[in-house]
Design a protein around this ligand. Sequence first.
Ligand SMILES: Cc1cc2nc3c(=O)[nH]c(=O)nc-3n(C[C@H](O)[C@H](O)[C@H](O)COP(=O)(O)O)c2cc1C
Length: 122
Amino acid sequence: MRREYSNAPLDETALAPNPLHQFDTWFKQALEVSAMEPNAMHLGTVSRDGRPSLRVVLLKGIENDKFVFYTNLKSGKAKELANNKACAATFYWPELARQVRIEGDVLLIFINLRKCLPAIFQ
Ligand SMILES: Cc1cc2nc3c(=O)[nH]c(=O)nc-3n(C[C@H](O)[C@H](O)[C@H](O)COP(=O)(O)O)c2cc1C
C-alpha cells in the first residue's frame, strides 16, 4: 500500500519564495496532467467542542491571495466557521506526488444570500 515517490523528490531550494506562486505552478501542472478534480481540497473546520471535521470542497479561484470556495449558508461547515473561523485545507495531486497544506482564518463574503456562502481564507 506504500508507493515509492523517489521519482518526484521535493527540492526545497527550487520552490518559489511566495507559496502562492508555488501553488500556481503545481496547480497548472495538475491541469496539464489532467489530474482528477485538481481544484478539490479537503477543508477542515472545528466544532464548538473542538472536534475537527473534514470534507471536500472545490476551489473556485484565488482572489487577492485568498482561496475562494462556495458553500451553503445552512451547511455544517458554514455553521462551524461562523462559530470558529479557523480552518485548514489540503490539496493532493497524486499524479504529481504533491500536496499543499493551508491554514488560516475564513472570511465570509455574501454573494447570494439565499443560496451560497462564498468563503475565502488566507
Ligand atoms: C468532489 C466534491 C466536491 C464538492 N464540492 C463542494 C463545494 O464546493 N462546496 C460544498 O459546500 N460542498 C461540496 N461538496 C460536498 C461536501 O464535501 C460536503 O459533503 C457537504 O458540503 C456537506 O458538508 P458539511 O455538512 O460539513 O457542511 C463536494 C463534494 C465532493 C465529493
